[in-house]
Ligand binder design. Structure first.
Ligand SMILES: [Mg+2]
Length: 319
């Protein structure tokens, strides 16, 4: 068994960047720039709970790292490196090669090289644990507690695509299966705007990546910052493929749909020109979707359908 599991290492034995000590010693060593703090985030992905057993392993490798570098970008951190823990029921060489390919392309895309890891046998399904590390300027981190009344609320990319993809893969809305082709990539291969998030450090106030749904995640900022938010529904960037779908599905997907891995952030209105310029430099789409206010809670203005109490509650892993 040990030999079989040692084979796994072959798929992940990539050279470490200059100045790093990667795989091969008791610890990896990563250089952290002067005047910076280490930012660390970790995510656990469990087969059957976070991904379908028959998911494309290359897409899974991509997403396993994407969700972590997304958190780094949401702090204004620059990725330094990551470690990977894999627990597998058996060793499937072709599956591992595809997973490693997806993981590696995301590592290269986001500048977050793999510097270590561990593997074990799993008695149930596949379990993937990724920890990503980055560096953030001492004073520049984008904290959830940093939103201020009067701030603009911004969203990157588009909303709703991953939620609709998930519902279609679950066999709901059979009349709309043609849409799946257009939204599937947003669910399976999210492209978090990491370098843009890094660039926002010192320019934006609060930020969070949208993993559970816009309202749910924005609510974390509001609670930490003791503020309220007004969202202007018509200003929300809806995924283009959602146009022909029913208004109920679209509104739910846009406001409460998770797995987006785009940023929701707040910034002073005076920072608008700078933010638009940074977005242009990083090839990121940005929209002002509302305003931070005094008080508590979220109010969605001008939504196509009236907002009920349930619409303000997002996805809950324990529901
Ligand atoms: Mg997050």
């Amino acid at each position: 068994m040990a030999g079989e599991f040692e084979l796994i290492g072959r798929h992940f034995n990539w050279p470490a960047p200059q100045g790093f000590l990667g795989v091969g010693d008791d610890c990896a060593l990563l250089p952290v720039s002067a005047g910076h703090r280490l930012a660390v985030t970790t995510d656990l992905l469990v087969e059957g709970q976070h991904f379908f057993p028959d998911v494309d392993p290359e897409a899974l490798g991509h997403k396993a790292l994407a969700v972590n570098v997304s958190d780094l970008g949401a702090m204004g951190a620059r990725p330094l490196g990551c470690v990977l823990g894999l627990s597998l029921p058996h060793v499937d060489d072709a599956w591992l090669a595809a997973f490693a390919r997806g993981f590696r392309s995301m590592a290269e895309l986001s500048g977050c090289p793999l510097v270590g890891g561990d593997t074990t046998r799993s008695s149930a399904g596949v379990v993937i644990s990724v920890t990503a590390m980055g560096e953030v300027p001492l004073e520049g981190a984008l904290l959830r507690s940093a939103a201020k009344p009067g701030d603009d609320i911004w969203v990157t990319g588009t909303l709703g695509g991953p939620h609709v993809a998930l519902e279609l893969l679950q066999g709901r809305h059979p009349e709309h299966t043609t849409v799946l082709e257009e939204v599937r990539v947003s669910l399976e291969r999210p492209l978090p705007p990491v370098s843009f998030g890094t660039a926002l450090a010192g320019h934006a106030h609060a930020a969070i990546d949208i993993s559970d749904g816009l309202l749910q995640d924005l609510n974390h900022i509001l609670k930490a910052s003791a503020c309220a938010a007004h969202i202007d529904y018509p200003a929300l960037p809806v995924h283009g493929a959602l146009q022909g779908l029913g208004p109920e599905l679209v509104q739910r997907a846009v406001l409460n749909g998770g797995d987006v891995y785009q940023l929701c952030f707040t910034a002073a209105p005076e920072a608008k020109g700078r933010i638009v310029e940074l977005a242009r430099q990083h090839g990121v789409e940005v929209s002002v979707v509302g305003r931070i206010a005094e008080g508590s809670g979220i109010q969605v203005m001008d939504s196509p359908l009236p907002m009920g109490q349930d619409d303000y509650a997002g996805y809950d892993h324990f529901r």
